[in-house]
Ligand binder design. Structure first.
Ligand code: MG
Length: 334
């Protein structure tokens, strides 16, 4: 269907919640490229649309104790909460200062990146907010995007410019940092150290289950750079990274944004933006082989494993959140 300008209009019948149209067992939305290694299907399960009505869903984080998902709706300046028990959806925090990436630390506390405030914050168990990082070497951060916590409680986050590039996903503000870096925050001293400085736009990040690797997305395609995932060697005790070779490429003209790993070390990456046939999730084996895909009707920005057994993959995809039971489990927390 086209409007009078010739621009295709969106479907007049919005997708309902529940299994996607065309779903059956096995669900054709789940594509195994390597049947031995890809664990994207639990067998008798289908990809479901579990929530909708957002402008840009991002930053899913799973709270095991409460059996719910927290995620960001960045342009709507709110964080949402989806209860797994009855699929009840509510606003967790508004305004969220255009929060983006969220995670849960080892003590069960929410850690969030806030575009508009250009900072990473922790929501304490009594509800108060603690600033974890908002500047480096006396200058304001750009706009922290995504965050992970290591087993030594150190906090690692990316700092691209998306949240200060305009007034839609944040606030248009001047950049003070000379680069778009990746940072580590020491859990004991609170010291913030830039550990990587050669990205165009660092974005999602995830540790391998043994924490020997840190995968970091470069979504720099949006700013004339690359669209790939790099793998760094981690010296956790020293708080240092080395290496950084390209692990998976080249996603252009699309790109990945958020990533997570499972207990076998596979890397699950959001995908979208350019080709509707590629919208969804890709799964890469630890050796970099593409072993499977999950196809979604919308561009996917980020994902996380949830459920009591960490075997339900939640996918934040544009206006909706999708979920599917998989035959593996997310690595550690979240
Ligand atoms: Mg992101």
């Amino acid at each position: 269907m086209s409007g009078h300008t010739g621009i295709p209009l969106p479907p007049t019948d919005p997708l309902p919640l529940g299994p996607l149209p065309g779903s059956r067992y096995p669900d054709p939305h789940i594509e195994a490229i390597d049947r031995k290694r890809f664990k994207g299907s639990a067998g008798t399960g289908a990809v479901e649309r579990v929530a909708t009505g957002f402008r840009w869903a991002e930053g899913p984080a799973w709270f095991r104790g409460g059996n719910y998902l927290i995620f960001s709706d960045i342009p709507n300046n709110r964080q949402m909460r989806l209860l797994a028990d009855d699929n009840h959806l509510s606003t967790f925090r508004s305004p969220s200062l255009n929060s983006n990436g969220n995670t849960v630390d080892r003590q069960g506390r929410l850690i969030s990146c806030q575009h508009a405030a250009r900072r990473v914050v922790r929501t304490e168990l009594d509800g108060t907010i603690t600033v974890i990082a908002d500047q480096y070497e006396g200058k304001r951060l750009n706009a922290p995007n995504d965050v992970v916590v290591a087993s030594d409680d150190s906090v690692w986050f990316t700092d691209p410019t998306y949240g200060i590039d305009g007034n839609y996903e944040g606030l248009k503000q001047a950049q003070e940092q000379p680069v778009q870096g990746v940072y580590r925050v020491d859990s004991r001293t609170g010291a913030v150290v830039r550990v990587v400085d050669d990205f165009t736009q660092p974005n999602g990040l995830a540790f391998s289950p043994d924490e020997k690797k840190l995968y970091v997305v470069d979504s720099g395609l949006t700013h004339g750079g690359s669209a790939h995932i790099r793998a760094f060697n981690v010296d956790l005790a020293a708080g240092r990274l080395s290496g950084g070779q390209v692990f998976a490429e080249d996603f252009a003209p699309g790109f990945t944004d958020g990533i997570r790993t499972d207990i076998e070390g596979n890397v699950w990456a959001s995908m979208g933006w350019a080709d509707p046939a590629e919208d969804g999730v890709r799964c890469y084996a630890p050796d970099g082989d593409l072993i499977g895909k999950i196809h979604l009707p919308e561009t996917c920005a980020n994902l996380c494993f949830g459920g009591l057994l960490r075997n339900r993959l939640y996918m934040c995809a544009s206006t909706s959140v999708y979920a599917v039971y998989v035959n593996t489990q997310g690595a550690a927390l979240p």
